[in-house]
Structure formats: C-alpha cells, structure tokens
Design a protein around this ligand. Sequence first.
Ligand SMILES: [Zn+2]
Length: 160
Amino acid sequence: MVAPLAREAVTTYIGGMSPPTAASPVSAPNPFAAMDARSISLGMKRGVRRLCPACAKGPMFAGYLKVNDRCPTCGHDLSHYRADDGPAYFTILLVGHLVVAPLFALSVVKSWSPILLMLVGLPLTAAAALSALPFIKGAWIGLLWGTGGHDEAQTQPIEP
Ligand SMILES: [Zn+2]
C-alpha cells in the first residue's frame, strides 16, 4: 500500500503519466511508439539502397550526392541530416582495405613499375571510391535518421 502523498510524488516524478488502470490497460498511447519505429539498422538498410529512411519508397538523392530537401514520396525533411565528413571517411576506410591492400599483396603487382602501378591503381581506387560513396552516404544518413538526434537538435529555435 502506497501512501497518497508518496503515490502523488511518484506520479509527478514520471512526468505526470498515470499508471495503467484496469479500465484501460492497453488503450493508453505508448509515448515511445515513434521511437520504436526508428532504428539504426533499419535506417542504414534503407539508406544504403539510397531510399528515404522514413518511408523506404522515395529517393534520398536528387543527384549523385545531393540529398533531397524533402522526400518526394512522404515529405520527410531530409535537409537537416548533415553528413559532413563521415561518408568520405568510411569510403576511404573501405576502399583502402578492399582495393589498396590486395593491390600490394598480389605478387604480380610487385614486378610492375611504379608508373604502371600508378596508371592501374589510381583509376581503380578512384572508381571504387566514387562508386561506393553514394551508398555509404545513404547509409550514413540512414544512421542519422535512426538515432533521431539531429531531428530534435534542428527543430529547436536558436536563442538570440
Ligand atoms: Zn520518404
């Protein structure tokens, strides 16, 4: 048995939410329902396909790397997901491991002249990086969508 004063204090502490009653145990709205719909893995799966992380139907990009301001299908505001240097960093990391390391590990490459190595290696590395960058940027923006932190930060008014 909880004293009335203590019960009031507990109710106040959890943000004024009333405890579930026998009359409405299931019909009470879940305040975390919107958060449950988002996840980092879901956002990254949708983003790596270069689709809007919110609806998975609209295209994320208006061009090669230009993100749509709003999803043309669901209208989700994509303009505030700032990718910054994250996609470039992970693209370099991926390409470095997938292209450059095998290039130096192959024994035939060791017999090539440095000029030939540059003529083959640089275009191969550039092509791999430019091919992977849109997919990695999509996954990165999906990650930002999954965390949801940028939504709240960008919707707060700026104090003078
Ligand atoms: Zn959408």
